[in-house]
Design a protein around this ligand. Structure first.
Ligand code: MN
Ligand code: MN
Length: 313
C-alpha cells in the first residue's frame, strides 16, 4: 500500500507533521509518483506580499482533508505514492538567483518519474518550473486559472516577476500557445490589449464575466478533448477566485470564479496527461482566518484526484 495520510482517528488532526495532508516528509523523489514541493517566495510580487508564508499555511490547512474524495469517488492514495519534498531553499534577497534555484531543484526531482505539485509562493515561480518541465517533457499544454494573464513584458524593467511568466514561457517555447487556456481573467489593465495580445499568440482566453453563473464542466470537457495526450501543466492562481472566497492574496480582483466553479473545472480535467501543477499566490497575512489557504489546499487535493493513474471507486 502506498503512503497514507495520517488518519485523524489515529492522531488528532491538530498535531503531527506539518507536511501536505500529513504525508511522510522525504528528501528525494525516488520512488514517488507525486511530490509536494513548497516554494516560499514573495519577492516577485508587485502589490501586497506575504506569499512566502503560503506553503506553511496551505500545509497546515491541508491537515483536515481526508484521503477519499467522497463526491467523485477518487482514491488517490490507493494507487499513487505521494510524499512531501519540503521547501525549495530559495534566496529571499535575490529573485534571479531564486529562479535558478527553483529550476535546479525541480531538475533534480524530475530525474525521477514523478509529478511535482508546487505550493507557492508568488506566480513568478511557475516560469522556472516550466523550464524544468519542458526540459523533461517538451513544450507543455497549459491550463492557467487566474484573474490575470501574467503576460506583461516587464515590471519596473524586470523581465521576471509575477506578472510576466507566461510571456517568457511563450518566448522560450516552454508551452504550446494553441494549447494554453487562461481562465478567469478580469479586472483593470494599463491598456486595452493587456490580455488580448496573448490571444494573438494562440492562447485560449476565457474572461470571468463570460463564465459568471455558468457551470465550468463543459469548458473542462472541451479542454480535455483539445489537448489530447500532450503533457499538461496546471497552474492555479488563487486570485482567480472571487475575493469573497479567497481574500488572502496579493492582487485581488472582484467578480471572480466561485469555489464550486473551480471544483467543476478541475474535476472535469480528468483524462489529461498532467505532468505537474501548482497552487500560487496564497498570502496568509491577508486572511488570518486560514480560509484562503483551506481553499488552496482543497483545490490541490482536487488536482491530485484527477492525476493519471488515480483509481476511482
Ligand atoms: Mn498569476
Ligand atoms: Mn493573478
Amino acid at each position: 500500500m502506498p503512503n497514507q495520510p495520517i488518519s485523524g482517528n489515529d492522531l488528532a488532526r491538530f498535531s503531527g507533521p506539518q507536511t501536505f495532508m500529513r504525508l511522510p516528509s522525504v528528501e528525494t523523489a525516488a520512488g514517488l509518483d507525486v511530490g509536494f514541493i513548497g516554494v516560499p517566495m514573495d519577492i516577485g510580487t508587485s502589490w501586497r506580499s506575504g506569499t512566502r508564508f503560503g506553503p506553511k499555511q496551505v500545509r497546515e490547512q491541508s491537515a483536515m482533508i481526508r484521503p477519499y474524495n467522497i463526491q467523485t469517488g477518487a482514491a488517490p492514495f490507493d494507487s499513487l505514492q505521494c510524499a512531501d519534498l519540503g521547501d525549495v531553499a530559495i534566496n529571499t534577497f535575490d529573485l534571479a538567483a531564486t529562479i535558478d534555484i527553483i529550476t535546479d531543484t525541480y531538475d533534480a526531482h524530475l530525474k525521477h518519474d514523478m509529478i511535482p505539485i508546487g505550493i507557492g509562493g508568488d506566480h513568478t515561480m511557475t516560469l522556472p518550473i516550466l523550464r524544468s518541465i519542458a526540459r523533461k517533457h517538451g513544450p507543455a499544454a497549459l491550463v492557467h486559472v487566474d484573474a490575470h494573464a501574467d503576460v506583461s513584458d516587464d515590471m519596473f524593467g524586470s523581465k521576471v516577476a509575477h506578472g510576466t511568466p507566461f510571456r517568457r514561457a511563450y518566448e522560450e517555447g516552454l508551452i504550446t500557445p494553441s494549447k494554453v487556456w487562461q481562465i478567469g481573467l478580469r479586472g483593470t489593465g494599463y491598456s486595452a490589449d493587456d490580455f488580448t495580445e496573448a490571444a494573438g499568440w494562440g492562447f485560449n482566453q476565457h474572461l470571468a464575466p463570460a463564465l459568471w453563473h455558468k457551470s465550468l464542466t463543459p469548458l473542462a470537457k472541451d479542454i480535455v478533448a483539445a489537448i489530447g495526450s500532450q503533457p499538461t501543466y496546471i497552474t492555479f492562481d488563487i486570485d482567480s477566485l472571487d475575493p469573497a472566497f479567497a481574500p488572502g492574496t496579493g492582487t485581488p480582483e472582484i467578480g471572480g470564479l466561485t469555489t464550486m466553479q473551480a471544483m467543476e473545472l478541475i474535476r472535469g480535467l480528468r483524462g489529461l496527461n498532467i505532468v505537474g501543477a501548482d497552487m500560487v499566490e496564497v498570502s496568509p497575512p491577508y486572511d488570518t482566518s486560514g480560509n484562503t489557504a483551506l481553499v488552496g489546499a482543497n483545490i490541490i487535493y482536487e488536482i491530485l484526484s484527477v492525476l493519471p493513474g488515480v483509481k476511482y471507486r
